[in-house]
Write a protein that binds this ligand. Structure first.
Ligand SMILES: [Zn+2]
Length: 362
């Protein structure tokens, strides 16, 4: 009898304890839900366990060859959603990959490029990690209650994750990143003269690719007259394989907009001094979409003179908005900033694609 009584008291005690614990966790998760920003409420996603990531997010210097291996693996795993081709080769013999994510025959296209500036290679790691996220969630993930597969059926992302592989390799590894003896010597000479390789922005021929375009060519206030780690625009517009390839890709189809990933500053540049008003206005709309996610401030370049940058060129040549996202607080961006930058920028592509589908930025 006594045993039975104790047994029931114990059962009731256990039940009450369990209820208390459960209600505590429910309240906690409720509070967390409220704290989370609207983006996560509007999106459904799946993230692989860290060990299953294709892109190794633990490396400060994510290399050209790792990127190529990762693209191959992505294409093997998701052949229906991603493909890539190797395009023109740099002076150091490195092919530049061009990636298609989503429906290659879509109604709309966005051209995304990263690492046109060498030391800004963190932008490649961010873009590649974002790409993996979209691939993992392509079939079942959603944003604003729209399935990612439906969004990217209508909008194809054309991505150049590393425009300037020679420069990136030099920024990461110094003279070992160069292949030919003349470039190795050039890097050595710069080191001797006191310029560290991790500050290079140019390609292996010492040309700042983001000053090598026609609109405003040679007009940069900081331009240099000889080859160097930055601000030398080259002998003439499009003198470089990398800039020529960008232009070729831009002419291959009509793009709804151009997205350019640079570092650093945690801000957004939009517009161009001599672009038509309506193009700058559309660029501002895109900048505001990105601001919603990142909280980066948009900064208009509508009143400053063009200086031969990619954004200057495409806005005027194609009457198409171009927006530049400057990631991180310094160059090179330390890996410790990766997670925050990745989370902030993650849903930009889906949100932008929806706006394009709905003709909100045309
Ligand atoms: Zn840059």
């Amino acid at each position: 009898m006594n045993f039975n009584k104790n047994y029931y008291i114990m059962r009731i005690h256990l039940f009450l304890t369990a209820t208390l614990i459960l209600s505590f966790f429910c309240c906690e998760s409720g509070a967390n839900d409220k704290k989370n920003n609207t983006i996560s409420e509007q999106s459904e996603e799946r993230a692989p366990a860290p060990d299953d990531y294709i892109v190794d997010r633990s490396k400060q210097a994510y290399s050209y060859s790792e990127m190529l291996e990762d693209l191959k693996e992505m294409q093997n795993r998701w052949p229906d959603y991603i493909s890539f081709e190797m395009r023109d080769k740099t002076c150091q013999g490195r092919g530049i990959p061009l990636v298609y994510f989503g429906n290659k025959e879509a109604e709309h296209y966005v051209l995304i490029q990263a690492s046109i500036h060498a030391r800004e290679y963190m932008s490649t790691l961010i873009v590649m990690s974002m790409l993996e996220h979209y691939l993992v969630n392509f079939k079942d993930g959603s944003f604003h209650e729209l399935k990612l597969s439906d969004i990217f059926e209508k909008v194809c992302l054309v991505i150049m994750p590393m425009v300037n592989p020679d420069g990136v390799e030099i920024a990461q590894r110094g003279e070992q990143g160069a292949v030919t003896e003349d470039v190795k010597q050039w890097v050595r000479a710069n080191t001797k003269a006191g310029t560290k390789h991790d500050q290079i922005k140019s390609n292996a021929r010492g040309v700042d690719l983001n000053r090598n375009f026609n609109n405003g060519f040679g007009k940069d206030r900081n331009r240099k007259s000889v080859k160097g780690y930055s601000h030398y625009p080259g002998a003439s517009p499009l003198s470089e394989v990398e800039s020529k390839l960008l232009m070729k890709v831009a002419k291959e189809r009509k793009y709804a907009c151009f997205l350019n990933y640079h570092t650093s500053g945690n801000l957004i540049y939009y517009g161009c001094g001599n672009a038509p008003q309506n193009v700058n206005a559309r660029a501002l709309k895109i900048a505001n979409i990105i601001k919603n996610h990142t909280k980066f401030e948009p900064r208009g370049s509508g009143h400053s003179a063009p200086c031969g940058s990619w954004a200057d060129e495409v806005e005027v040549r194609f009457n198409t908005p171009s927006v530049t996202i400057e990631l991180g607080t310094r160059n090179p961006v330390p890996l410790s900033e990766f997670n925050r930058l990745y989370q902030k920028n993650l849903w930009v592509w889906a949100d932008l694609a929806i706006q394009i589908m709905n003709n909100k930025i045309s």
